[in-house]
Ligand binder design. Structure first.
Ligand code: SF4
Length: 274
């Protein structure tokens, strides 16, 4: 029988699990629709399940004049928060505390005269959120790029990999008199990546489970694929193809921060039943 090994840290991360539980609890208590600014998590199956419970994602908060709105674990834009306050909407703040730490470190740096650099992806909602709270007075870097300033302060997107943060920091070393770095990569991201890459060395094939629109899952997939060429990124068990398993005795499974246990279990069952 084929052996299936999962990473130890799998299932929803602390921040996403906290956000989902809180919003589910509020939906039950309030008995009214709760809107989320974008999907609460990057997992289409879970988003559907939440929709059935009256939790609906919207793209633009200005569509609402009243009602209850929940922030995602990535945080929201400052303008959105201002709109919610001005309209008197009921807010459920489920921003992950680790994401809030990025924001507070960035604000502290700016207040103390540092040019703020956010190491991360400028398109990611978390980075956009932090930048908005800085009044767009910050620079987003995803690779080495020297910047001239007297004092530079760095924070990182929580789901960034350590190598990219280090690249950014190294490139800034020669261009400033003072460089202050807050290591704000979330532990959950680092641990999952370390465990998955270690597992990839021991198995004949890896499955990375998570939404294709999830930044941490796509990064996890890329990191694992570099080690184990037979690595597949899937969102659900239906995507598994039997021909992938030819001559494979051991299969490793890892998941992104937004992939619930229930989906991982279905994937595991399908692999075992092939
Ligand atoms: S990956 Fe980390 S920072 Fe992001 S929501 Fe999960 S626990 Fe929070």
């Amino acid at each position: 029988m084929r052996e299936v090994i999962k990473t130890r840290h799998i299932g929803l991360c602390f921040g996403v699990s906290r956000a989902v539980s809180r919003v589910l609890k509020e939906a039950e208590l309030r008995k009214e629709k709760i809107y989320t600014l974008g999907p609460l998590l990057h997992n289409p199956q879970m988003v559907e399940m939440l929709r059935e419970k009256g939790i609906e994602p919207i793209d633009d908060v200005s569509m609402l004049d009243q009602g209850v709105v929940a922030f995602r674990s990535h945080g929201i834009m400052k303008e959105e928060e201002e709109y919610i306050r001005a309209k008197g909407l009921t807010a459920i703040d489920t921003t992950c505390p680790f994401v809030k730490r990025v924001r507070s470190c960035a604000l502290y740096l700016r207040k103390n005269g540092y040019k703020v650099v956010i190491a991360g992806d400028e398109r990611h909602p978390e980075v956009k959120s932090v930048l908005s709270y800085l009044g767009n007075d910050g620079i987003v870097l995803h690779n080495s790029f020297p910047i001239a300033a007297k004092k530079i302060g760095v924070v990182s997107q929580t789901t960034l990999d350590r190598e990219t943060l280090w690249e950014v920091v190294k490139s800034l070393m020669g261009s400033t008199k003072e460089l202050r770095v807050y290591h704000t990569i979330c532990e959950s991201t680092t641990v999952r990546r370390d465990e998955a890459t270690a597992l990839a060395e021991q198995v004949g094939m890896m499955l990375i489970v998570g939404g294709r629109n999830s930044s941490n899952t796509t990064k996890l997939y890329a990191a694992v694929k570099r080690i184990q060429p037979r690595t597949y990124h899937i969102e659900a068990e239906e995507e598994i193809r039997p021909e992938w398993f030819t001559d494979v005795q051991k299969v490793g499974i890892a998941g992104g921060a937004s992939t619930p246990d229930v989906i991982i279990e279905k994937v595991e069952r399908r692999v075992k039943n092939l």
